[in-house]
Ligand binder design. Structure first.
Ligand SMILES: Nc1ncnc2c1ncn2[C@@H]1O[C@H](COP(=O)(O)OP(=O)(O)OP(=O)(O)O)[C@@H](O)[C@H]1O
Ligand SMILES: [Mg+2]
Length: 278
């Protein structure tokens, strides 16, 4: 579905992506994790045709983003990092413009808009001006807009940033539902638990390079099952154990104030890059 070979992107003096190779399968939900400035947005912009690559090849459903023009654009729906809806227009009008851009005929456009508004539970908001929507509604509307022309791949750049925990979960459920309809989903996130919960596979991106690609389960397993955290001067020390009893024994022997918890993806990321994602 997505095939990337030796992708490089340079902005004047900054190399934003370095020799990225990646394959994402049809129907997969794939997450890109990485700290600020890692190159996540640059990557999504290249795949969705908004930014030119410097070298390498990107195929979407077989179409080369470098020279297939509109065909590769048609394969993707994009939910960008910042909200770019037209604030002065209604929910319906925002969707309608997008449908016209993709040359959907009127009956099809209207039918699909109705269907998607029901899908995102905003059927009663058709005539509401976008400026009067909550942040969570705006995000859901951007997802509906990205799905309007029935793309094979949905790209989301930090889809839940700035949302409260309840709305974040609502969007997670929506993304799972979209995936079940056979859409391939590619998202970027700072939220480790988002990637851990949603993704079939994740890639860690650091300074433009992919550090590792695997399932969340495999990455976590490599680190151990249990973690003990302890505050140490001005930093946190974490110890890893495969067995809960071993961890408890360590607490009993050392008598320090450790906190016991399950290992998570953040631990794997820290071990691989020495950095926190956030
Ligand atoms: N249009 C641009 N011109 C010059 N440099 C850019 C441009 N866009 C991005 N960069 C640089 O490329 C690097 C990657 O930026 P990018 O926005 O892709 O990172 P990101 O992983 O999405 O970060 P964030 O988590 O903050 O959204 C950064 O060093 C950034 O400053
Ligand atoms: Mg970004």
């Amino acid at each position: 579905m997505i095939q990337i070979k030796n992708l490089n992107k340079t902005y004047k003096s900054i190399q934003a992506l370095k020799d990225v190779n990646l394959q994402v399968n049809k129907g997969e939900l794939f997450a890109f994790l990485g700290p600020n400035g890692a190159g996540k947005t640059t990557f999504i912009r290249i795949l969705t045709g908004l930014t030119k690559l410097s070298s390498g090849t990107v195929l979407l459903n077989g179409f080369d983003v470098g020279n297939s023009g509109i065909e590769s654009r048609r394969q993707c729906g994009l939910v960008p990092q910042s909200i770019n809806l037209d604030r002065e227009l209604t929910v319906f009008e925002n969707l309608n413009i997008h449908g016209r851009f993709f040359r959907m005929n009127k009956p099809k456009r209207i039918r699909k808009i109705e269907e998607l508004l029901d899908y995102i539970e905003m059927g009663d908001r058709k005539k509401t001006l976008v400026k009067n929507l909550s942040g969570g509604m705006k995000r859901r509307l951007m997802i509906a807009r990205a799905l309007l022309h029935s793309p094979a791949i949905l790209f989301l750049d930090e889809p839940t940033v700035g949302l409260d925990a309840g709305m974040r979960r609502k969007i997670w459920a929506l993304l799972k539902k979209i995936q079940q309809q056979d859409t391939t989903i590619f998202l970027t996130t700072h939220y480790i638990e988002e990637a851990e919960f949603l993704a079939n596979r994740v890639a860690f991106l650091d300074k433009g390079s992919i550090v590792v690609v695997d399932t969340p389960g495999n990455l976590i397993k490599q680190q151990g099952a249990w973690a003990l955290d302890r505050l140490k001067e001005d930093d946190m020390e974490t110890l890893y154990f495969n067995d809960r009893k071993e961890a408890n024994d360590h607490i009993a022997v050392h008598k320090d104030s450790f906190t016991l918890r399950r290992v998570n993806l953040e631990d794997s990321f820290l071990a691989l890059t020495g950095k926190k994602v956030k």
